[in-house]
Design a protein around this ligand. Sequence first.
Ligand SMILES: [Zn+2]
Length: 295
Amino acid sequence: MRAAAALASLVLLGACPADDTMATPDAGPTDDSGSSGDGATCDRPSLDQPWLRSLVSGAVTSLAASPRATSSQRQATRTYLQNQLTQIGWTPMLHSYPSGANVYATIPATNGSTKRIIVGAHFDTVSNSPGANDNATGTAAVLAVARYLKDMPCRKANVTVVLFDEEEVGLFGARAFSASLSATDVLAVHTVDQIGWDSDNDKRFELELPTVALENEYRAAAQIVGVPVTMTSTQGTDHEAFREDGFPAIGLTEEYVGNDTSPYRHTSQDTASTVDVDYLVLGTKLVAQVVMTEL
Ligand SMILES: [Zn+2]
């Protein structure tokens, strides 16, 4: 979060052996849950799911096994993310641009709509930080949204879940992805950055620069999830790139303005053990509830 001015990473570290060491969250499709079967019901899945906690905590642990800054580290991370999306049941794609590549999957509308909702988080880190809170937590939340949507039989819009590259060096991945979108089709953009720190235990989240409509959606969802929310005008992370292109965008984060934010950001101490998984689960539910309501 909040792009660093410079990233001197001329020395390529050894590639992190993603496929061998990264654990697999329990994210297998369970198409027999919810509303499958005889009736064509459009029931939304419950926010409480047996796979949720293990999916997000597993993703944070796996991602934070290595920094994700060098070219080889980021490539290993892309492989991991592609594997996770495949295991969840969606088809991962790469969106390449000159200095990097985003990983995404589009979950198709079930009514033929061309409208699109974007749910994204950056997967890269500054050099030498494992980036558990910043931003394995947001990445995990986006994977969980993809998993929720496996159990969502009726979808009024396409949902593109996207893990952005190179936020930390200047929102490069988000800017490239935003430039690839058709303006008339995008209903909303949600980006998640740092939702793993809550030392005062008030469960509060900050919503960065929502439109009025998005603010209302999040306030309603926050009541359902049971968390307080505060609006802020913080920029500097991925949602800014989409707002600059005219899309209705919001950023979800811990209390960055409220000063209850990880003291380990951009350091070697931003490890998985510092992540408040209960809080991460709540933030994940918040964005999932909003997206499922939009559908
Ligand atoms: Zn970040």
